[in-house]
Structures are given as C-alpha cells and as structure tokens.
Design a protein around this ligand. Structure first.
Ligand SMILES: Cc1ncc(C[n+]2csc(CCOP(=O)(O)OP(=O)(O)O)c2C)c(N)n1
Length: 624
C-alpha cells in the first residue's frame, strides 16, 4: 500500500514525517503523469504545485479554511488529497471527475473556476462573509503569475489591500503563463526572484551605515527601527506592501518545511498577506519541465518518450486561421495580430515569429486586448484579435463600446466556438452568437469548413465594419483548399441543396451534418434542402424566406445554446415578416454542457445527423 492510499483527508497528511512527505510527493507526481498520459490534462502546472498543495493542506484546515484555486487547472493535487483519489482516473472523462474545482464534487472545492484571475475577488468575498458572520477561519487564494496579469486580479488587490480583512494570497510564480510570461508584472517578479534575499541585504545595508564615521551606528539604529523605510529600499516586494499587503517571500515552492513556515507566519499576520512562492512548472517529469507550454494542456502521450499520441489528421481550424493571417499579412503590412496569452492556442505563434513587431501578446487581459485592438484600427491598422469564444465573454463591453459603437474595423477571430471537449462548461464556446448578435455594426460569420474559413478571413479584411468569424476547436474535414481566395458576398448564404419538404439551416461545420441528414432523408422519400448560412448580421433573409415558403418547414442546427442563437435569428426573421405559417424547430443546447470528448458530447446532446433526421421526420409525421 502506497502513502497516497493512506491519505483519505488532509488530516492524514499531518501524520507523515518529512521523509514520508517526500515519498508522497513522488507518488502524486507518478499518479498524475500516468492518468494525464491517458486522459490528457493540465500536467505541467500540477507537477509544479505538489509540495505547495501538501504544505497548504498541512497548515490550513480545509474545508473550514477555504482555498480558492485560480483558473483551477492546477487543482489535481488538491483533488488527490481531498478524498477523491478513486475517481481521479476518470478526470476529464464524460461523467467523470472535472478537470477544475467543482463545488458539487466536493466540500473541499469552495469555488468553481476555469477562467483566469478570479481567485482574489472570490477569496476576498469569502473573507468578508466570514468577518460579517464573526467566524475566524482562513481564506487563501492561490494565483499563478500568469493569472496575476489579468485585470480582475488588480481590481481585487486594490479592494482587498485597502481592507483590514485577513486574507492570504499565494502567488505561485513559475515564470510561465501557458507559454513564456509577458508584461511588466512578470519583469517585476523576475527582479524579486533574482534579488539577494531580504535579510542578507538588510544586514549589508546596516553594516554599510555603521561604517559611516561618526554618525554611522546611530543612523543604523534609527534605520533598524524604521523598518518600513529600510524595507522600502531593500524589498522588491514593496509594490504589494504599498497596496496594503504584507509581502512574505520569495520562498522555494518545493521545500515543504520552508512553505509551512511561511504559511504559519501568514496565518499569524493581521490583514491581507501575499506569499510569493517560486515553483518549477513541470517539475519531476523531464519532458514537461523542458516543454512546459506543450505540457500545460496536453492530450494523451507516451510516458517514456513524452511524444503525443497524435493520429495524422487534417489541419485544425486554428492552424488554418494562423496560416491564412500570415499569408494575408505578407501582402498587407497594416495587418497586425493581438492575443491574450494564447499565442499558440490561437495559432498565432507563427505570425509572432514572422512579424514580431506586428504581434501583440497582452497577457491574460481580454478586455485590454479588445480595446487595444480598437485603437489600432482607428489609427489605420488592420488588427485581428484572436481569442477563444469563452474568453470573449470577458470583453463584451469592449467589443460593444470600444469596437462596434465606433465602427472600428477589427477582425475578431472567435476560436473554440462550440463545445471544446474535456475542459467542460467553463470553456465551451456556446454563447458567442447570442451575445454578439445583439451588437449593431458587427458582421458575424461561421465557415462550414476550413477552406471557407480562409475565404472568410480574406473577406473580413475587406469590410468597412468590425467582423467576427467563429470556428471550432476541431480538425477540419480535409477538404481541398482553393488556390484563389475570394470575397464571400456580405449577408449571402449558400444554398447547397434544394428542398421540397423541409429546409435544414446550419451555421458552421454542422452544415455537413445537415448534408448527411439530407442524403439519408432522401432515401426515405423526404426532400430536404440545406442552407449553409455563412452570415448572421446581416442574415440572408431573401434566401431563408424563399426556402421557408417553398418547403413550409425549417429545422436549424447549431453548436450553440438555443436562446439568442442562430435558430432564434431565423425565428425573429420569420416573425418579423409576419410569416407564421412556416413551422420551425431548432437543435442546439438548452443548458450548460458538461465535459467529455466532443463527439461523445455531440451524441449525448443530440448534435448529430441522426437527431436532425429524427426531428425532420417528426415534423413531417406530426403534420407540422
Ligand atoms: C480569462 C482567461 N483567459 C485565458 C485563459 C487560458 N489560460 C488558462 S491557464 C493560462 C495561463 C495561466 O498561467 P499561470 O496563472 O501562471 O498558471 P500556471 O499554469 O503557469 O501555473 C491561460 C492563459 C483562461 N483560463 N481564462
């Protein structure tokens, strides 16, 4: 029986010797490597927080004390130590354990996370609630140096630093976001990391003062008392002190006794405290340590070699996006690209290498990325801002107020639109049509395949208004790529198949599901038309109305939530035209979608040709 088997709750950790703790850390790393090699997951971040998590759970008493994990992708060790090791093998699988903290999964998860930079706000909320309820437990936010680049983190530091509430922020500094860190805060943290430790500098400074003839020793004494002012000169962590936090550290995040010492110190302090912990992303597994970006979020891989188990597949939409933008930028030096800490995730690394002066990675700062892009456009550049659909949720006002209200010509690349798989409900991109469709001036497109994506990007740069292009996470269909890029007429859909009995409307790659369903319906004697919508805003009212009148039935399908989605746009169009005789059904999601593989989820939630066929037959049979 291993040591991990003996840990049923964090209490059991306190019974172990230092030697046993080292052994436990090794077992935890082994378990995570084995499981992630099969299920995929956030390996490098979790390998870096093993000792940190053990120390936190030895010093603090959860669930009374509350730990909020920022982003939450680094909560695997926490899950293993909080009575979930049996389920751990199901992590990220359909109906299995979530890859992020989940309140419904355990009392030890006090706050659901997935999007970055929320932890200090949430922890401060818990701290205030505790104070009002006259309780006295501890609240701890664990935030990475990457997440610390997000605006919300600063808003929360600003608010919490001005309060007297006890709150502990653990800054887990591993010098990496997903890729290399960016921004002034990272440079600042780097200065702290490389500065000689405070005590030594303080002693050197006092010695120096003492040796000033005559006045030296009295100045040194006075300076010793005025600790704050000496500290000001000597402690780079003063930025946090100035914000109202007691700064502790930096401390080696792989040294459990040192961590316990500093956490106990933090526990005794009054008011907000920031503990600066230095960790190594990927620690304990050489391939992850060498390539922490690749092993940040990784698919199944071979443990011995660290090689990914990738089958040959057509290029992903993301890759096609990155290559196309690079190509377009060759002939147009005004094209610039902006991303929010997702250079490789959005396929823009190649662009960044080829055009370093025209590429802007602004950190985990979606709001800033969008407004920054608006100004670039107003100043005459042609920015493409590329982010995941789910993270555009962060920047809604900036899209509306800074880009669209001013009609700034920005191309918004909405990557990971639709469900994204194992990351689950915090990451599925199933709301963007609803929230973008309401914004005047914004053209919205979705390609049916990777070839059409290229034409859409080319087209988007020719418009005099902002454009959003949404495309999914998956590989393309492997279709032929046209040599010549074309402009796709604004607001025009593509009629792929004439129908008589029903019209199927798809937006994005689900169009191919419509085509497959139509072919099968044909076998059953049902003539289904298929429209590749291509555009919402403006929507092709002419074609839709003509086909609606011709077939009398419309079935829409979208990889998106139903309220406000593409089907809703079609309903609005028909209702607006006073056309109430056409029967309409919509296929899409009506709630949050859990985690699992994309095909598995499509099957479970009915985004399939089979479901289209069933719905079409039902409409016809029920006399609709
Ligand atoms: C709002 C938001 N934007 C982007 C992401 C994607 N993302 C997940 S983790 C991560 C980097 C986090 O870096 P850090 O906080 O340093 O954590 P580490 O993995 O290095 O421990 C990013 C950009 C996100 N989860 N939320």
């Amino acid at each position: 029986m291993g040591l991990l088997d003996k840990i049923n709750s964090p209490n059991d950790l306190r019974k172990l010797s230092q030697k046993q703790l080292d052994g436990l850390a090794e077992e935890i790393r082994q378990e995570m490597i084995e499981v992630v090699a099969v299920n995929g997951g956030h390996l490098a971040s979790n390998l870096g927080v093993v000792e940190l998590t053990i120390a936190l759970h030895r010093v603090f008493h959860c669930p009374e004390d509350k730990i909020v994990w920022d982003v939450g992708h680094q909560s695997y060790v926490h899950k293993l130590l909080t009575n979930r090791k049996e389920q751990f093998r199901t992590i990220r699988r359909f109906h299995g354990m979530a890859g992020f903290p989940k309140r419904e999964e355990s009392v030890y998860d006090c706050f659901d996370t997935g999007h970055s930079s929320t932890s200090i706000s949430a922890a401060f909320g818990f701290a205030k609630a505790r104070d009002m309820a006259k309780q006295d437990h501890h609240v701890i936010a664990v935030i990475g140096d990457g997440a610390m680049s997000g605006g919300m983190a600063y808003e929360a530091l600003n608010d919490a630093g001005n309060s007297k509430s006890n709150l502990i922020v653990v800054l887990n500094d591993n010098e990496m976001f997903i890729s290399q860190n960016v921004g002034a805060m990272s440079s600042y943290l780097n200065k702290i990391r490389t500065a000689p430790i405070y005590d030594k500098r303080k002693k050197d400074f006092e010695n120096f003062l003492k040796h000033i003839p005559g006045i030296g020793s009295s100045v040194a004494k006075a300076a010793g008392k005025a600790k704050d002012s000496i500290k000001y000169f000597l402690v780079p962590g003063m930025l946090f002190e100035e914000l109202g936090f007691t700064y502790l550290g930096p401390v080696n995040g792989h040294d459990i006794p040192a961590l316990e010492k500093v956490f106990n110190q933090a526990k005794r302090k009054k008011g907000p405290v920031l503990v600066h912990v230095l960790t190594c992303k990927g620690k304990g597994y050489e391939p992850a340590r060498k390539n922490p970006d690749i092993f940040h979020g990784v698919g199944p891989f071979c443990i011995e070699t660290g090689e990914m188990n990738k089958k040959a597949a057509p290029p992903t939409y993301t890759q096609v996006f990155g290559e196309t933008v690079c190509k377009l930028a060759e002939n147009d030096e005004k094209i610039v690209a902006v991303t929010a800490a997702m250079g490789s995730g959005t396929g823009l690394s190649g662009f960044g290498k080829k055009y370093p002066d025209r590429f802007f990675d602004v950190g985990i700062a979606e709001q800033h990325a969008v407004t920054f892009g608006a100004a670039l456009a107003l100043a005459g550049f042609k920015p493409v801002v590329s982010m995941y659909s789910t993270f555009y949720q962060r920047a809604y006002d900036q899209v509306l107020h800074d880009i669209c209200l001013q009609n700034a010509k920005v191309v918004l690349a909405v990557d990971r639109a639709g469900i994204v798989g194992e990351d689950g409900p915090t990451h599925h991109g199933i709301f963007d049509i609803s929230f973008l469709r309401a914004i005047p001036n914004l053209t919205i497109m979705a390609p049916k395949d990777e070839n059409e994506l290229r034409h859409m990007l080319y087209t988007a740069f020719t418009f005099e208004n902002p454009v959003a292009v949404r495309y999914p996470r998956s590989a393309g269909f492997g279709v032929n790529m046209d040599d010549q890029l074309q402009i796709l007429e604004k607001g025009k859909a593509e009629l792929l198949r004439e129908g008589k009995d029903i019209t199927l409307i798809g937006f994005g790659p689900v169009v191919y599901m419509c085509l497959a369903a139509a072919a099968e319906l044909e076998q059953k004697g049902i003539r289904a038309g298929v429209i590749n919508l291509r555009y919402i805003n403006p929507i092709d009212s002419e074609l839709i109305l003509a086909q609606a009148n011709r077939t009398g039935r419309i079935l829409t399908i979208e990889d998106h939530i139903l309220p406000g989605g593409m089907g809703s746009a079609v309903l609005e169009l028909l209702a607006g035209e006073g056309n109430h005789d056409v029967k309409v059904r919509r296929i899409g999601y009506d709630n949050y979608v859990e985690h699992g593989k994309i095909p598995e989820l499509h099957q479970a939630y009915g985004i399939t040709p089979f479901k289209i066929i069933q719905a079409a037959e039902d409409m016809l049979n029920s006399g609709e």
